[in-house]
Structure formats: structure tokens, C-alpha cells
Design a protein around this ligand. Structure first.
Ligand code: ASP
Length: 342
């Protein structure tokens, strides 16, 4: 172990790293090497900080699996040299990236904590400083057996969450994220209060396994009353589709109209896994609870239980590249891999 925790701060882009040009009023990315100049408080932290910036930082709306690959490679390359990783990322797709990384980094035994902000770091009322400083402090926490947090987390507005449990819920409030189906891992008040019972338990002497291949040919359909047979037929006939995530109502309920159920059966015949997740922000799918989900249960539709849309999408992308036989895919998806479902 190093004397002081050694943290790698990775900058991908997003509002946090933008600075207002006082003449033009426009927001642009600042030179990441100047970070210390903008946040002199970082020097007061009891850890060493190294930085790594994407060559061209991006607004996270442009995020994609190629960038996720870049990110896990940076973490893989620095894994033995650093005690923890802090990723600065735009808030718009942060939950997707952080969920994806939770699956791509198997046997993670160090903290990989995401944060960002709603206002740029140079703004007088910025939320960036608190988010950044506390995230670095959380990533630096060490116990007897090394880092306290051994999973991918997301810190925003005084709370650290398990990343694959989060969703961006507000485009304006500083409290931009929620984790409705799992408690916060830590809260920042006068003290940094880490809920050790909520943290992911990691086996001793685990070796990091990095998965870089993800399947992007998947489809997400959000149901709404009135969706037409033509629309569904058109989407489901896409021959490249490798998997479908279906956002259904309430506890996993759906229209019982025969044309829709037949369309689902058609996908299953083509060995395309179909995941049932709920449109509700909180709670779980429970197929069979209502008659409107019984047919799906009988058919062998996969239950996403209480998973978020972000985690369902990225878990599906990950599992589809794991060479899992069709007969075992349902079991594999319904098993919690990184604490993403209850
Ligand atoms: N559009 C920005 C992004 O996601 C918003 C933010 O950083 O909060 O990159």
C-alpha cells in the first residue's frame, strides 16, 4: 500500500469541466492540467492525485461503448498503480456509463467513483467542488484490507450510490440522481457516513477481469396505451436485433391483445431474449401477479426484477457477448452480477 492513497482522476468531459468565458459567456472545456489552479482545495486532500484526460473531452450525450472501452482500458492499465479511480463525466448519461463499467470490470476490488455537476466548476454557485472533493475523499477511504469501497459508485449532491442502481431524475436540481431500489452507500454531512452493510462484498484475492466487448444491436421499447401493431411488427422484424428490453407497466404488466403476445412469441422463436422491466422509477417486476403478465411468464420472458433501464441495457449488452447458451440466458440475466438487482 502507498503511504497516502493514490487516486487517478479521469476526465471524460461534461459540465463539470467547463469554464465560462467572461467575454463571450460561452461554456467550453478547460485545460485539464490546470485543474489544480481552479480547485486549490485539492492540494489539501490527504491523497496523491494523478490526472488523465480524454484527448477530446465530450458532452456525455455523445457517449458510446467505444468510449466505455477506452475508460476500462485506462482503469485496467492503472489498476496496480492506483488505490482508486474518480471519473468526471457529464451527468446526462452518467448512469449508463457507470452501469456499463460495473459489468465490464469483473472482480473489481477498488473504488471506481463517478461524479459530475449541474454547474461548471468556475461558476460561483457551482456544485462541482463539493462533488469532486467528496468523491476523491470517498475513493481514498482505506481499511485494514485496502480500499473500503470496492465497486462502481456514483456520487452527487451529498450521496454516494451503487452506480448500477442510479437514474438521472432531474435536469436542473443539484440532486440530479436517485437510487430508488437500493439505499445510498454513503452520505456526506458533518461526517462521511459510509453504510458498510450496503457495500458490495468482494471475495479476497480476486483478480480483475476486464470485458471490453459489448453488443449494441439491442432494442428498447417503452410501452404506451395505443402503440400500434404496425409499429411493433416493424420494430420486431429487425433482423439484426440480438435482444429486447421491454419497459412495461407497473409490476411488469402488458396488454393481453393476442397480436402483441404473438409478436413476442415470434422473437422468442428466433432465440432473441426479451427482458421485462418496469416503467416505474421504483419497485419490481413480478410476472404472474396480475393476469396481464401471466402469459409473459409462461412464455419464458426474462424478469428484470427491480433493475433500472440503464443497468438492464448495459447488462444485456454485456451478457450477449459472454457466449451464454440460449437455454441458460434467462437464468444468467435474472442473477444479480454486481448488485444491480435485488
Ligand atoms: N450535457 C452535459 C453532459 O452530460 C450535462 C452535464 O454534464 O451535467 O455532458
Amino acid at each position: 500500500m502507498h503511504k497516502k492513497p493514490n487516486i487517478l482522476l479521469i476526465y471524460t468531459g461534461g459540465t463539470i469541466g467547463m469554464i465560462k468565458n467572461f467575454e463571450t459567456g460561452a461554456l467550453s472545456n478547460f485545460n485539464f492540467d490546470d485543474l489544480l489552479k481552479h480547485i486549490p482545495e485539492l492540494k489539501l486532500l490527504d491523497c496523491e492525485i494523478d490526472t488523465h484526460s480524454f484527448d477530446s473531452p465530450i458532452d456525455s450525450s455523445n457517449m458510446n461503448p467505444e468510449y466505455w472501452k477506452q475508460l476500462v482500458t485506462i482503469i485496467e492499465d492503472g489498476y496496480n498503480d492506483f488505490d482508486g479511480f474518480v471519473v468526471l463525466h457529464g451527468s446526462d448519461t452518467m448512469s449508463y456509463t457507470a452501469s456499463a463499467l460495473s459489468f465490464m470490470l469483473e472482480n473489481l476490488a477498488k473504488p471506481v467513483l463517478f461524479t459530475g455537476s449541474q454547474l461548471p466548476i468556475g461558476d460561483l454557485r457551482t456544485d462541482a467542488k463539493e462533488n469532486l472533493i467528496t468523491t476523491i475523499q470517498l475513493a481514498s477511504q482505506r481499511g485494514k484490507d485496502g480500499p473500503v469501497i470496492k465497486e462502481v459508485g456514483l456520487y452527487f449532491e451529498y450521496k454516494l450510490y451503487r452506480a448500477n442502481r442510479t437514474t438521472k431524475i432531474n435536469a436542473e436540481h443539484f440532486e440530479a440522481f436517485a437510487s430508488l431500489n437500493y439505499p445510498a452507500l454513503a452520505e456526506s454531512g458533518v461526517h462521511l457516513d459510509i453504510d458498510k452493510r450496503a457495500l458490495l462484498k468482494v471475495g479476497k484475492d480476486t483478480v480483475l477481469k476486464v470485458h471490453k466487448e459489448l453488443e449494441s444491436n439491442i432494442v428498447l421499447v417503452k410501452m404506451f396505451p395505443g402503440i400500434t401493431k404496425e409499429t411493433i411488427t416493424h420494430i420486431f422484424s429487425y433482423q439484426g436485433m440480438k435482444g429486447l428490453v421491454l419497459e412495461t407497466y407497473g409490476s411488469g404488466n402488458l396488454t393481453t391483445e393476442p397480436w402483441f403476445l404473438d409478436a413476442l412469441k415470434g422473437l422468442l422463436k428466433r432465440n432473441i431474449p426479451v427482458i421485462n422491466i418496469t416503467q416505474c422509477a421504483g419497485g419490481s417486476v413480478a410476472m404472474g401477479h396480475y393476469e396481464t403478465s401471466t402469459a409473459m411468464k409462461k412464455m419464458g420472458i426474462i424478469s428484470g426484477k427491480d433493475i433500472t433501464t440503464e443497468a438492464a441495457i448495459t447488462k444485456l449488452m454485456y451478457l450477449l457477448k459472454q457466449d451464454i447458451p440460449v437455454s441458460e440466458f434467462k437464468h444468467a440475466f435474472e442473477t444479480s452480477l454486481r448488485g444491480e438487482m435485488s
